[in-house]
Design a protein around this ligand. Structure first.
Ligand code: SAM
Length: 249
């Protein structure tokens, strides 16, 4: 099993090299009425604030839950207006009906939803929403020479550590996980495809934040960028699932 503290050991690299989420995702959240100024949001697994910063910019009052001490420290320094709760989502003490919105940005697969969903159901107001998104670093629909090279690297893995939960692009699987038990009901599922130009240093930084990539594999991917002229266009996919707190009979 991969290690959820991988990110914290690379907190500085994480903050510098993880790209922000695409504008279209924020537009969709806005269209769904989830980014209204003054709304209270709780973000689970906030890391160094890649999503948190945009929530704050939209005018939300944010409580961030982050177990990694280095990441939590960076988050506090970067966004002092955010209340940072150190610890896991499973152990976080959240006020009853204290939030309008819950968010998990590329963190849902680290959460024990059997514990977290009942906790969020209690912490959200009636009609509150849980927005879950996650970037898949590599669009299977787009073939590039760099992706051929990374495919070769990944293809040589033996007994490679698996990330927990359904596959990152299996939105139906994640909707099933999020609505299991009837505490939440699906509102919408969207998928955003986007691309980014990365240099060799950026690939090295970004890939070293991936919890399922070894240091040797990151070096090999970096050499592949150099072989291909020093820059590559990467194509990524970010599925967004929004579920709503169900009223229980
Ligand atoms: C891939 S990072 C995503 C960080 C950030 N949300 C982003 O969008 O870049 C996953 C984050 O989940 C956090 N995490 C891991 N296990 C967790 C848990 N049980 N509860 C809350 N956060 C957790 C990690 O420390 C890390 O910050």
């Amino acid at each position: 099993m991969v290690d959820p503290m991988h990110f914290d050991r690379r907190a500085a690299v994480y903050e510098r090299f993880r790209p922000p989420y695409p504008d279209e995702l924020w537009e969709r959240l806005r269209d769904l009425g989830l980014l209204l100024p003054g709304r209270r949001a709780v973000e689970l697994g906030a890391g160094s604030g890649q999503a948190t910063a945009a929530l704050v910019e939209a005018g939300l009052s944010v409580t961030a839950v982050e177990p990694g001490p280095h990441l939590a420290g960076r988050l506090r320094a970067r966004l002092p207006q955010v209340t940072v709760l150190a610890g896991t989502a499973e152990e976080a003490e959240l006020p009853e009906a204290g939030f309008d919105l819950a968010v998990a940005a590329t963190s849902v697969h680290w959460l024990d939803l059997g514990i977290v969903l009942p906790k969020l159901h209690r912490a959200l107001v009636p009609g509150g929403s849980f927005a879950v998104w996650r970037t898949a670093f590599g669009d299977p629909a787009v073939r590039t020479r760099f992706r051929e090279r990374t495919g070769q690297i990944v293809g040589r893995r033996r007994g490679a550590p698996a990330r927990p939960g359904p596959d990152e692009l299996d939105t139906a699987g994640w909707v099933r996980e999020l609505t299991a038990g009837g505490l939440f009901a699906e509102v919408s599922t969207d998928t955003f495809r986007w691309s980014i130009l990365l240099g060799a240093d950026e690939v090295h930084g970004l890939f070293s934040t991936f919890s399922n990539w070894s240091a040797a594999e990151v070096e090999e991917a970096t050499r592949a960028v150099q072989d291909l002229g020093g820059y590559v266009t990467e194509h990524y996919v970010t599925p967004l699932i929004v579920v709503e707190r169900a009223s229980l009979p």
